[in-house]
Write a protein that binds this ligand. Structure first.
Ligand SMILES: Nc1ncnc2c1ncn2[C@@H]1O[C@H](COP(=O)(O)OP(=O)(O)OP(=O)(O)O)[C@@H](O)[C@H]1O
Length: 301
C-alpha cells in the first residue's frame, strides 16, 4: 500500500482479530463510554483536591480517530488513565467493551508520553516491546515463541526492526516513539490510546507516524492526545476539547476561531499538507503559509 500523503510504500498492517462485543453492551459500535465522570487526585494527607475532570461524558466508536486537545494541566493524561482503568473516578461510570476498564486492560494499547518514559533501563528495544505481551503471558516475564514473533512483527510494522538490540536511551525521539507504539501493538490491542505521539519529532518522522496511525485506524479505534492543532484538524475525525470539562466536535468544526476561544488568541492553526491551498482567501481555518510539508506546531498558551 502506498501512503496517500508521501506516495511511499507503507508497512502492511497485519489483520487484527475483531473483538466480540459483550452481548450485554447495548450499542455494538460504541467501544468505550464515560458517563458523568468526575475525578480528583488526593492530597498527601488523603483529602480530595479540586476536580481535574468534571462531569465528563464521552463515547468512543469502533472506527474513531478521536483527538483530545487542551491546555497544559487540562486533564488529558488523566482522562486516558481513566479509560485505561489506572485511575478510578469518584463519580460516574466508565465501560470499555462493555466492562470496567481494568477487566479489559489487555485489550487496550497505551502509548505514554515518551518524555515521561524512564530511559535509564538497560533492557534492549526487543525486551521493551516484549513487555507489551505480558498480558498474554502465563509466566510473567517468561515469553514464548509466539510472544517473540508478535513483538518482532510489531517492530517491523513500526519500522524499528533494525533497532531491536539497541537500548532505549540511545534512540532518537522519533525512534523511541515508534518503539513505544510497537510495544502497545505487540499486545494486539482492540483500542489504542496515545499521549502526544508526535511531540518532539521532525516533520518527516511525524508524517510516517501519521501514516502508520491512519493505517492502524482501518482496524481499530484510536484516541490520541495532541498539542499539534494542525495534526488535529487535518487528520482526525473528531476532536474533544478538554479543560476540566469536555466538549466534542467533528474535526471540520475545529477552526482558528474555535481554537482561539479555547486556548487564547495567540494560537496559530497551521494545516498539514494536503489542505486548503495556502493563502486561499476562502479558507476559514486561519491557515498561514508554512515552509515544510507538515506545518508548524501550535504555539503553547
Ligand atoms: N498524581 C497526581 N497528584 C496530584 N495532582 C496531579 C497528579 N497527576 C496530575 N495532577 C494534576 O492534575 C492536573 C491534570 O494533569 P494531566 O497530566 O492530566 O494534564 P494534561 O492535560 O495531560 O497536561 P499536559 O498537557 O501538561 O501533559 C494537573 O493540574 C496536574 O498537576
Amino acid at each position: 500500500m502506498l501512503s496517500p500523503k508521501t506516495g511511499e510504500p507503507m508497512a502492511a498492517v497485519a489483520p487484527l482479530t475483531k473483538t466480540s462485543p459483550d452481548p450485554s453492551f447495548a450499542t455494538p459500535n460504541v467501544v468505550g463510554r464515560l458517563e458523568h465522570v468526575t475525578f480528583s487526585y488526593r492530597s498527601p494527607t488523603g483529602g480530595l483536591l479540586e476536580p481535574v475532570l468534571q462531569d465528563i461524558s464521552l463515547e468512543i466508536y469502533q472506527d474513531d480517530f478521536l483527538g483530545i486537545i487542551g491546555p497544559n494541566g487540562g486533564g488529558k493524561t488523566t482522562l486516558l488513565k481513566i479509560i485505561l482503568g489506572l485511575l478510578e473516578p469518584q463519580q460516574g461510570t466508565v465501560t470499555v467493551f462493555g466492562k470496567p476498564p481494568r477487566e479489559v486492560r489487555h485489550l487496550i494499547g497505551y502509548v505514554p508520553q515518551h518524555a515521561k518514559v524512564d530511559t535509564s533501563v538497560s533492557a534492549c528495544v526487543l525486551d521493551i516491546v516484549l513487555a507489551g505481551r505480558i498480558c498474554h503471558s502465563r509466566w510473567g516475564f517468561l515469553y514464548g515463541r509466539t510472544d517473540r514473533e508478535k513483538a518482532l512483527a510489531a517492530l517491523r510494522l513500526t519500522g524499528t526492526a533494525d533497532l531491536a538490540h539497541r537500548r532505549l536511551a540511545t534512540l532518537s525521539g522519533g525512534q523511541r516513539q515508534r518503539v513505544l507504539i510497537a510495544r502497545a501493538l505487540a499486545a494486539e490491542p482492540k483500542l489504542l490510546l496515545l499521549d502526544e505521539p508526535t511531540a518532539g519529532v521532525d516533520p518527516y518522522v511525524e508524517q510516517n507516524l501519521t501514516d502508520l496511525l491512519h493505517a492502524l485506524n482501518e482496524q481499530l479505534p484510536i484516541v490520541i492526545v495532541s498539542h499539534d492543532i494542525g495534526f488535529v484538524s487535518t487528520h482526525l475525525k473528531r476532536v474533544a476539547c478538554l479543560n476540566r470539562r469536555l466538549t466534542v466536535h467533528s474535526a471540520a468544526e475545529v477552526t482558528r476561531s474555535t481554537m482561539a476561544a479555547f486556548y487564547g488568541e495567540h494560537v496559530h492553526l497551521v494545516h498539514h499538507a494536503p489542505c486548503c491551498p495556502l493563502n486561499d482567501p476562502g479558507c476559514d481555518h486561519g491557515c498561514v503559509p508554512v515552509p515544510s510539508a507538515t506545518g508548524r506546531k501550535m504555539e503553547e498558551p
